[in-house]
Design a protein. Structure first.
Length: 598
């Protein structure tokens, strides 16, 4: 029996090693790579601002308008030259206005925005920025008052404009000289829509609609020339919101081909390929196609520090054949998800930083060198924007990433041979143990003079053993809660609380077990013995406590936002867990807390 136990233990150990190697080998190919980078802090802008437009005019980084401290509109612009910011005045106010770069970067059309402080109203006002003289010239008037609109250059300086804040939308055209006129109505009113050229003068318009105080999906796509059409994929996957820093060309992966970042109700993130009707694999009905880009693994939405908030548009570097999606977390770390979209499935890499001071939640722009720059922005307070400017050097980092890829290929080579060696060792030890077992079985009493061996209660030939069989020994699975280490449950709690693991909506018991170098059954048994509940119930208790704290500190927060920030994958599961824990809905609980404090 002793040899049998040794044999079983040997098999378990070797199988575990083999599984580890296979998992690591698979991870090299299929998992997302994580690379830490150090962004460069450029000189601060002269004025702290958010809601501004950002673009490169003839190679110079330029910011226009927006609002500054106190949520007050600013009629200023700045351009970055020779390591310094230079301040100039605009003619009008453009907070959440739009900018379309024209004439190969020598000019920019600036239009619309909020009419008053605090993001109130919309405006007609239009002006042109001349890079040669660093001057703004007010010259015209939009057909509709607009804020949170988008525009795209067609030809000869003409610009198609669409989108508006809270309704009153429609398509209008700037003639390239002075006048704006209405072109056609749209099937859906959208805020900051995607306005993308599709060849032969066609333009498609799609995105989110503003309802009930939030952005909601819309599966209708409008066209400049043709009739609207429906894309069911856009009902399931909502394109991330375009903002004043985004431009129609920023998501282009080629002529009439685009890559659009999107998310669904479960908080998952993916990329939609939009392809013109004339391109390869296009639909037979003459319409652009919308499809999900296959990736080597799902887009990670959590890190070791908590949930990553990806909520901006994808920025494409068509020369490098890469797309970038920026995010951040509650620790003020920045994340840049990188997608090599020319490979199928597309490999993913996440660049991440240490916590950054005054890092604004705003869309970056691509520099002429293929890097990303972030100017100003806010965290969650429109009254306190930043003046900071961060440069993320992705081209030089990309060289390091290539070295990392080469190293991983070498590592994969050694994984193959290590796997082969372990398999050979496993086979050899199995043969040796089997022979030992056979030899022991052959050494039995052969004559009457040999004393009879005492009855072995563990032997399968013993009738008593059959009447009362004992559980075979398994060193990985605890037999009873009493056999557990008394320090295990405090260790589980300390891990959950110090690393905030409960904020990961995909947290599994195996994740906790791996962090503590235990079998998952030991973790489950310990939680059940100490709390009398399952692992999921244990984790949800932490999430509910976190949600309560968020509700106390942010009375005006949306319930959906509280659910996601607390680690729940969606609002429905949050409601169910909260009601099960408190017998109240989140709103009922908050109202009860307010009454108790009065």
């Amino acid at each position: 029996m002793k040899f049998r136990r040794i044999f079983l233990k040997g098999r378990l150990i070797l199988l575990s090693l083999l599984a580890t190697v296979l998992t690591a080998s698979a991870g090299v190919e299929d998992s997302c790579k994580w690379v830490r980078i150090e962004p460069e802090r450029l000189p601060d802008m002269t004025i702290a601002r958010a809601g501004h437009t950002v673009f490169y005019a003839d190679g110079e980084l330029t910011v226009v308008g927006g609002h500054t401290s106190g949520f007050k509109l600013t009629s200023t612009a700045e351009y970055f030259r020779e390591g310094e910011w230079h301040l100039v005045n605009t003619v009008y106010l453009h907070d959440n206005g739009m900018a379309v770069v024209l004439d190969h970067g020598r000019k920019a059309l600036i239009a619309g925005g909020h009419e008053k402080n605090l993001g109130i109203g919309q405006s007609y006002e239009v002006e042109m920025y001349d890079r040669a003289t660093y001057s703004f010239n007010g010259f015209g008037c939009l057909d509709k008052k607009r804020a949170l609109a988008q525009g795209v250059e067609l030809d000869s300086g003409r610009v198609l404009i669409a989108g508006n804040h809270q309704g009153n939308d429609g398509l209008e055209l700037f003639d390239g000289r002075k006048f704006f006129h209405h072109v056609k109505d749209v099937a859906a009113w959208r805020s900051v829509p995607y306005v993308l050229r599709m060849g032969d003068g066609e333009v498609i318009i799609f995105g989110t609609v503003w309802r009930n105080g939030r952005f909601e999906p819309c599966d209708t796509v409008d066209r400049l020339k043709g009739d609207p059409f429906c894309v069911p994929l856009l009902k399931e996957w909502m394109p991330m919101v375009y903002d004043q820093n985004s431009h129609a060309t920023a998501s282009a992966i080629g002529d009439d081909a685009y890559l659009v970042a999107a998310w669904n109700d479960d908080g998952e993130v993916a990329f939609i390929q939009v392809m013109g009707a004339h391109l390869e694999n296009a639909s037979q009905d003459g319409l652009p196609t919308f499809s999900l880009l296959p990736t080597t693994c799902p887009v990670p939405t959590t890190s070791r520090w908590g949930r990553i908030k990806f909520n901006r548009t994808a920025i494409v570097d068509s020369l490098a054949r890469r797309a970038y999606l920026m995010g951040n977390d509650s620790t003020n770390r920045a994340y840049i998800l990188t997608v090599n979209y020319d490979k199928i499935p597309a490999p993913l890499t996440i660049y991440y930083t240490e916590p950054l001071p005054d890092f604004g939640d705003t869309t970056p722009v691509l520099t002429p060198d293929g890097d990303l720059v972030v100017t100003g922005g806010i965290t969650d307070d429109n009254f306190a924007p930043f003046s900071t400017v961060w440069l993320f050097r992705l081209q030089t980092t990309g060289e390091g990433l290539q070295a990392l890829d080469d190293g991983l290929q070498v590592l994969d080579f050694w994984h193959f041979w290590l796997w082969f060696l372990l398999l050979a060792v496993f086979a050899a030890i199995s043969v040796i143990l089997i022979r030992l077992l056979r030899r022991k079985a052959s050494i039995a009493p052969s004559s009457p003079e040999t004393p009879e061996a005492p009855e072995n209660p563990e032997s399968p030939d013993n009738p008593k053993a059959l009447e009362n069989p004992e559980t075979p020994e398994n060193p990985e699975i605890p037999e009873t809660p009493e056999s557990l280490d008394a320090s295990l449950f405090p260790a589980i709690c300390q891990l959950m609380e110090s690393q905030h693991l409960y904020l990961n909506p995909n947290l599994k018991v195996s994740d906790v077990a791996e962090a503590l170098s235990l079998h998952r059954n030991a973790v489950s048994a310990c939680i059940n013995a100490e709390r009398g509940c399952t692992f999921n119930q244990f984790v949800n208790d932490y999430r509910i406590a976190h949600a309560k704290q968020l509700l106390r500190e942010n009375p005006d927060a949306k319930i959906a936002a509280v659910a996601i920030e607390s680690g729940f994958s969606n609002e429905r599961s949050f409601f169910r867990a909260f009601k099960a824990a408190t017998d109240l809905t989140p709103k009922e609980w908050f109202a009860q807390q307010q009454e108790a404090s009065e």
